[in-house]
Design a protein around this ligand. Structure first.
Ligand code: GAR
Length: 190
């Protein structure tokens, strides 16, 4: 049975939504939550959701097999990045080819790349005067926000929009689409 690990660096509201979506699903399990940030609120969510969690350091992530070893022991088949801010190292990419998904809060290839996450993305969209934004779900490769695009959904940027109002609209798009796209990708790549 496919078994998913969710990586997040902060709040983890997408993690919460994904776990709730798959709860009770007999075919796909959410079995591990991982973070680089020991103060991330996603850790409290993991406790409340009763899903095991792992915190790792930069050294463990980039200088050892600590994380891929844990993923192997737990029999994880797919990885979902839900607000995770670090590049994925080669030892994980090679073990999970075509099985790592990321969500980005804009319409890639615009507003992606190093340092483009969360509010910064929404600020860049507003500064550009772009009349629309949206979400992108894509496969993960060795670069930031660069892998093959799987799905996009758009929303208008209206006059008076702030980074906060845009973030809220984007989050609603993420909650609506991300779990279903994960489900369809995992079903196709078991
Ligand atoms: C989400 O909007 C996600 O798209 C974004 O971080 C937010 C995390 O929110 N990811 C990136 O910016 C990655 N470049 P959450 O922690 O409440 O799920």
């Amino acid at each position: 049975m496919p078994s998913l690990a969710l990586f997040a660096s902060g709040n983890g509201s997408n993690v919460q939504r994904i776990v709730e979506y798959f709860s009770g699903n007999p075919h796909i399990g959410i079995d591990l939550i991982l973070t680089n940030n020991p103060r991330a609120y996603v850790l409290e969510r993991a406790r409340n959701l009763k899903i095991p969690s792992v915190v790792f350091s930069r050294k463990e992530f980039y200088g050892s097999n600590y994380v891929p070893d844990i993923l192997a022991v737990q029999n994880i088949s797919h990885i979902v990045l839900a607000g995770f801010l670090w590049l994925i190292p080669e030892n994980i990419l090679s073990a999970f080819q075509g099985k790592i998904l990321n969500i980005h809060p804009a319409l890639l290839p615009k507003y992606g790349g190093k340092g483009m996450y969360g509010t910064r993305v929404h600020q860049a969209v507003l500064a550009s005067g772009d009349p629309e934004s949206g979400i992108t779900i894509h496969y993960v490769n060795e670069k930031y926000d660069d892998g093959q695009i799987i799905f996009q959904s758009r929303c208008p940027v209206i006059p008076g929009e702030t980074p906060e109002t845009l973030a809220e609209k984007i989050h609603q798009l993420e909650y609506r689409h991300f779990p279903e796209i994960i489900e369809s990708v995992v079903k196709k790549s078991r």
